[in-house]
Design a protein around this ligand. Structure first.
Ligand code: CP
Ligand code: NVA
Length: 302
């Protein structure tokens, strides 16, 4: 049976442990692996722009011996009214897997329900699970472990926060989200994560409270792709949630700063913090490549 990766909850803790170890082996060159995608093609169906996700998947697929096909929905017949279901059925006859980046999470779910090949969520409005895998890898690299770590997520409770909540719950990380009331993470995801969590998942209003004693400070843009109409309101309500030197000084000197990127420098994060000694944002971006290669190997072999 095909395996999809639409959200972190599609994997078990043991599977995530396996993927993190495999990604580290691929990164270190300890086991460069074979070419499991030789003769195979993977589709990248993206409704929104992307730098890291698109390039890391394309490069990863090439390094695993396969071919990637970038599919702009406006340039295929979907743009002229062919249904998601028929597109998924047809693409499954040619491709070995499909990575989708969509406006609505429902589109990915619908596509996956009709596709007969593995479907990977490369970001939706609700989840960004590939990002969370790279986040976990980076936290373990920088801090030595995952269990018992304290992550402070500051700002908009968006797709990135939702996936990090699921990942934290599964891996025993204590996560404190600081957000304004209107922009807290998805309630259903929070509830499910809390009920199954090995770590505590807390939501507070005050960023200073969230970062006290934090091992990791994480932020993301205030206005996600597709939210441009709400930009003014979001920027005003999130104004006190900037990750800057004053906030960073409330955590330990060894706290690591993460951001999924792209960053809006001067908005959710200052240049000083992003380019400072505690920032690991570019290692985090690199780790997208290693975790996605491990994920592709795993899903295609399953
Ligand atoms: N972090 C991330 O997914 O970046 P892109 O939007 O550039 O893919
Ligand atoms: N929350 C951001 C993440 C970008 C990688 C967005 O959805 O635009």
């Amino acid at each position: 049976m095909k395996r999809d990766f639409l959200a972190i909850h599609d994997l078990t803790k043991k599977e995530i442990e396996y993927l993190l170890k495999r990604a580290l082996d691929l990164k270190s060159g300890a086991d460069p692996g074979k070419y499991p995608l030789t003769g195979k093609s993977i589709g990248l169906f993206f409704e929104k722009p992307s730098t890291r996700t698109r390039v890391s998947f394309e490069v990863g697929i090439f390094q695993l011996g396969g071919q990637s096909l970038y599919l702009n929905p406006r340039e295929i017949q979907l743009g002229r009214g062919e249904t998601i279901a028929d597109t998924a059925r047809v693409l499954s006859r040619y491709l070995t897997a499909v990575v989708l980046r969509t406006n609505s999470h429902n589109t990915i779910q619908e596509f996956a329900s009709f596709a007969t090949v593995p479907v990977i969520n490369g970001l939706s409005d609700l989840h960004h699970p590939c990002q969370a895998l790279a986040d976990l890898m980076t936290i373990r690299e920088k801090k030595g472990s995952l269990k018992g770590m304290h992550i402070a997520y500051i700002g908009d409770g968006n797709n990135v926060a939702n996936s990090l909540i699921e990942a934290s719950a599964l891996m025993g990380i204590n996560m404190v989200v600081a957000c304004p009331e209107d922009y807290c993470p998805d309630k259903g995801i929070l509830q499910r994560a809390r009920s199954s969590s090995e770590g505590a998942i807390t939501v507070v209003k005050d960023p200073a409270e969230a970062v006290a004693g934090a091992d990791v400070i994480y932020t993301d843009v205030w206005v996600s792709m597709g939210q441009e109409k709400e930009a003014e309101k979001k920027i005003s309500l999130l104004a006190d949630y900037q990750v800057n030197s004053a906030l960073l000084s409330r955590a330990g000197n060894d706290a690591v700063v993460l951001h999924c990127l792209p960053a809006h420098r001067g908005q959710e994060i200052t240049d000083e913090v992003m380019d400072g000694p505690q920032s690991a944002v570019f290692d985090q971006a690199e780790n997208r490549l290693h975790t996605e290669k491990a994920l592709l190997e795993f899903l295609i072999a399953s």
